[in-house]
Design a protein around this ligand. Sequence first.
Ligand SMILES: [Cu+2]
Length: 154
Amino acid sequence: MRPLTTSLAFSAVLLLAACGPADDADSRTRPHADAGPGVYFVNIHDGDTVTAPFRVVFGLTGKGVAPAGVIKADTGHHHLLIDETLEGEELDFAIPSDANHIHFGGGQTEIVLDLAPGAHTLQLNLGDLNHEQFDPPIFSERITITVAAADDPS
Ligand SMILES: [Cu+2]
């Protein structure tokens, strides 16, 4: 039986392979390789209007994904900040875990969100095995999306 980390890494490779070549939407937001490691939104962009529930897919360049707690060089796991920021002294500590700071400590690379109608900000962060920041911290662009109000059936 493969160790869990190998299995997850293999799954990530399969997921990437299944996505095929980057489409225009992906290449619009993916950080340039020369910019160092980066996280980005694959399928959603600043200014988008979506209908809940909606899927958000996370990209990562320059490092690998590993579950929290696993010691493996140059890997980390995604965090999603919803209507929140991490700045100043907050960057010196482990990232909070609540409805606005979501951890993907299993190495997951997507989530289906069911947010209330209206404007929301989303930002990705890559944390290390202890949910702490890399040096320098790795953040995506902070995007603003609008969740459309559900159609009134009457
Ligand atoms: Cu974490």
